[in-house]
Design a protein around this ligand. Structure first.
Ligand code: FES
Length: 88
């Protein structure tokens, strides 16, 4: 199980966290990863000035937008799970 946490604190919410969560849900659905990926919202990760913050498999990334989240999901989730991420 790979855990993907997206900060849903107010600063990250304003900067686009809901759109990132929506996109990640689409990824999880299209690859049917509900049993392999846990997507959750977490409260402020204390990097508010650095844009949306997400954590994947214990690594924290800041200033994430939808495009960056897609790329992180490919490299940090799809590839380790053995998927061909080029089709996402
Ligand atoms: S609100 Fe997301 S890091 Fe603070």
């Amino acid at each position: 199980m790979i855990t993907v946490s997206v900060c849903v604190g107010s600063s990250c919410h304003i900067k686009g966290a809901p759109q990132i969560i929506e996109r990640l849900q689409q990824f999880i659905a299209s690859y049917d990863l509900w049993n392999q990926v846990e997507l959750k919202g977490v409260f402020c990760m204390e990097r508010c000035t650095q844009g949306v913050t997400i954590e994947i498999g214990g690594e924290v990334f800041s200033a994430v937008d939808v495009v960056a989240a897609e790329e992180l999901f490919r490299t940090m989730v799809l590839v380790p799970l053995g998927f061909d991420s080029s089709e996402a």
